[in-house]
Design a protein. Sequence first.
Length: 340
Amino acid sequence: MKKFLIIPIFLIVLSGCGEKGDIKDHFCGVHIKVQYCKCAFHNEMCEDINMSKGEAKDYVYAQWDEWNNGGSEKWKEECIADNGVFFGNTCMKCGTDEIATETKCVPIEEEVLEETKDKIDEEIDDGKEMIGDCKYDSDCSSVCEGDVSWKMGCNPRSGECIKTFDTNCFADIETFGGLEFPKVCSAGECMRDKKSIAQMKVELQNLKDKSIEDLKLTNAKRQELQVLMLDANKNCINGIADMTNVAIMEFGTRVASIMAGGLPGLADVSIDYVNEAINRMSAQGNTNLTEEQKMKPSEYISLNCGLYNDFKNYLTMTGLELDSELDSAHEIDDMLQSLP
């Protein structure tokens, strides 16, 4: 036996606002269970829905507003989902021995049942995952598969949530100070990768701390070497005035102290020269040296002039490197400050 339901298409205009029918006559008991309206308007059957009269009234009017903003489409969906055929403004419910097609009710036969079964099997094989019960698309929550967010929609015939379209979160990239962070899928949505950003903050902070410490050590060594360079220059110009064994040995010891641990970037030939100068000046403390073995004024002057030139070149070179390291440290700090 077929039943016909006619959707009211007239509009009642009240105070300049259009609504589809009357809430009590055309909505209660048709698109919402009668218990809610009984409770909301008559304070009856409230215990059946576990609501107070005020709560029920809020719920009924919320559903009424939703109906007036596209509810007729939901009626059509409900008609089709309830084994009905929808055309015009009419919903024709098929009998218990019939099944709804797109245009009419047809008798249930084995072939129809098999076709329906095959269609469902095909959907499952295609990866259209079924999740929970639903009536509308809004009943279905998005899901994550790795870095992919799947939007879920409601299958009106089966009442189950299926995959509709996907979004690759990894392709959605956030950029902070030149650093790129692809988004990740979480709770069905593409979200900021807070974990990777936090790890990057730690790495950048460690780089910044190490850079600052290295700059301090390099600058301190450069300052000591600059004082030594000026003394070497003084000895180069007037080495004879201070040329005593004690003065020579003391200067050699100072050079050796600065060279302890090496000077990164100093050419091998310069290192050999400086080491030879240290050995030669330190040897002046040997009381068994013959006159021929003792350092001559010209040799002492030559050693200091050579040391002056080597130290001067080294300070010039490392000064440029120091500027570059300072720029790198500023870049690291800028990136660190740019992160959220």
